[in-house]
Design a protein around this ligand. Structure first.
Ligand SMILES: [Zn+2]
Ligand SMILES: [Zn+2]
Length: 118
């Protein structure tokens, strides 16, 4: 099983640009805006209940516009057990654990979005 594409080589956050950049094991690069990441927060609270939690990004997440606020200011990325990362936001929210699988599925690039459409 080749899971290279779901293992990041590097993760970099630029607060200046408001972008998180991930380079994956297959050398694909993903660029996520902070607002996309916050809008896609996978925690039970943001998803509206445990039954809404999923290992896949919610439908319509790419259309969600988050206003510029402490909620969309990323202050830290903490690795979680080798399978994902916890994102810490300026408003104090840090319940979302973004698995590598989830992040790769969330890649907003044209190539990935094109592939995910039926
Ligand atoms: Zn959340
Ligand atoms: Zn992509």
């Amino acid at each position: 099983m080749n899971m290279e594409h779901e293992k990041p080589n590097s993760i970099q956050a630029s607060r200046k640009k408001g972008i998180v950049e991930i380079e994956w094991g297959d050398s694909h690069k993903s660029y996520y805006s902070f607002s996309l990441l916050r809008g896609a927060c996978p925690c039970a609270f943001c998803r509206g209940g445990h039954e809404e939690m999923s290992s896949e990004p919610p439908e319509g997440v790419f259309e969600v516009e988050m206003p510029d606020s402490p909620a969309t200011h990323l202050v830290g990325i903490e690795p979680v057990g080798g399978y994902g990362a916890m994102l810490v936001w300026e408003d104090g929210h840090h319940d979302g654990i973004y698995t590598w699988h989830y992040l790769r599925a969330l890649c907003p690039c044209e190539e990935c979005r094109g592939n995910s459409k039926k």
